[in-house]
Ligand binder design. Structure first.
Ligand SMILES: Cc1cc2nc3c(=O)[nH]c(=O)nc-3n(C[C@H](O)[C@H](O)[C@H](O)COP(=O)(O)OP(=O)(O)OC[C@H]3O[C@@H](n4cnc5c(N)ncnc54)[C@H](O)[C@@H]3O)c2cc1C
Length: 290
């Protein structure tokens, strides 16, 4: 199933993101998580890729295993910054051979210690072009977007200019960086419309399960955690059960507001765990059916 086509038909998409575990125990746990999320009938699930190419084999293995052993549609993330174009084409050819039809085309964070290889795609847009030139419409292509701006973008004008290039190069849809204040997303959509960017933009939702970890992560990727959410979570920093409840309630409110505003889908960053996502799903289930 091609995600772009599905979304173009106006259907609502529910999706879950996983990362490829480092250990066998981690992989067993991941497939337990997948098993418990499968009854939610997600439109697709996705598997992340290490920017330095570090997870090349692991991502490939997890993608293939989900594709072969479950009925789920799986999208492979692929980052271009640490690969030559030939390597990217090999990876993509291999995905095509095993029947993968959806790719999230990303640049990845620029490694601090190594130079990109000669002739690498320096930005995601170049990989989108590479995929379209070599595989025509075999792959449905998703790209990343940043309602608060990518940390490297000096301003939102810059952000839109390059986001539009990715869409014009052939991206079918986009998934956003996590955000915790829907206003960023709505403003982003409005500006996209004005810029003539018409692809579906699926909001990325992160239910917070570890306050300290998320603060660091949010800072790195330029996502603001609103003061009112910080104030609600802070007292429970050392009480994971209570923290989970507060953060799930927040995510439910966030998702209900997004659903009311007719978003094309919801993409959950699961961190390979099902509990928080299942709790949020329970809280929004009736709105999903409506
Ligand atoms: C939904 C989602 C999933 C992700 N999955 C992964 C993953 O699996 N693995 C991983 O390592 N990372 C992942 N990331 C993080 C992502 O790789 C980083 O945010 C990375 O720094 C940028 O990737 P990009 O594809 O957005 O890059 P780009 O689209 O290339 O943009 C990066 C920056 O460069 C600017 N820019 C773009 N094109 C040009 C140009 N031609 N000239 C000058 N400037 C330009 C943009 O405005 C932006 O500031 C994900 C992010 C999201 C939102």
């Amino acid at each position: 199933m091609k995600i772009g086509k599905y979304l173009r038909e106006g259907k609502f998409s529910l999706s879950f993101e996983f990362f490829p575990p480092k250990t066998q125990e981690g992989e067993i746990e991941l497939f337990e998580t997948i098993k418990s999320l499968q009854p939610l009938s997600p439109t697709f699930v996705s598997v992340t890729y290490g920017a330095g190419g570090s997870t090349r084999e692991r991502t490939r293995r997890v993608v293939e295993k989900i594709h072969r052993e479950t009925k789920l549609t799986v999208m492979a993330h692929l980052t271009c910054i640490a690969h030559t174009k030939e390597e990217l084409l090999d990876i993509l050819q291999d995905y095509k051979r095993i029947g993968i039809e959806n790719i999230l085309a990303l640049r990845g964070d620029i490694p601090l210690d190594t130079e990109p290889p000669h002739g690498a795609c320096k930005h995601a847009v170049e990989m989108v072009r590479l995929i379209r030139e070599n595989f025509a419409d075999h792959f449905s292509i998703g790209v990343a977007s940043y309602p608060e701006g990518h940390p490297e973008s000096p301003n939102m004008e810059w952000e839109f200019k390059f986001f539009k290039l990715k869409v014009d190069a052939g991206a079918d849809f986009s998934i956003t960086q996590m955000f915790f204040d829907n206003r960023y997303y709505y403003e982003f959509l409005e500006l996209c419309q004005r810029a003539g960017i018409n692809v579906p933009i699926i909001p990325g939702i992160m239910p917070i399960t570890n306050f300290r970890q998320i603060q660091k992560f949010a800072q790195m990727c330029g996502a603001t955690i609103p003061q009112n959410l910080i104030a609600k979570l802070e007292p429970y920093e050392e009480k994971p059960e209570e923290l989970l409840k507060v953060s799930v309630d927040f995510a439910i409110e966030q998702c209900l507001d997004l659903l009311e505003n007719r978003v094309p889908g919801l993409h959950f960053y699961t961190l390979n765990r099902s509990k928080a996502t299942l709790m949020v799903y329970e809280g929004i289930r009736s709105a999903l059916v409506a």
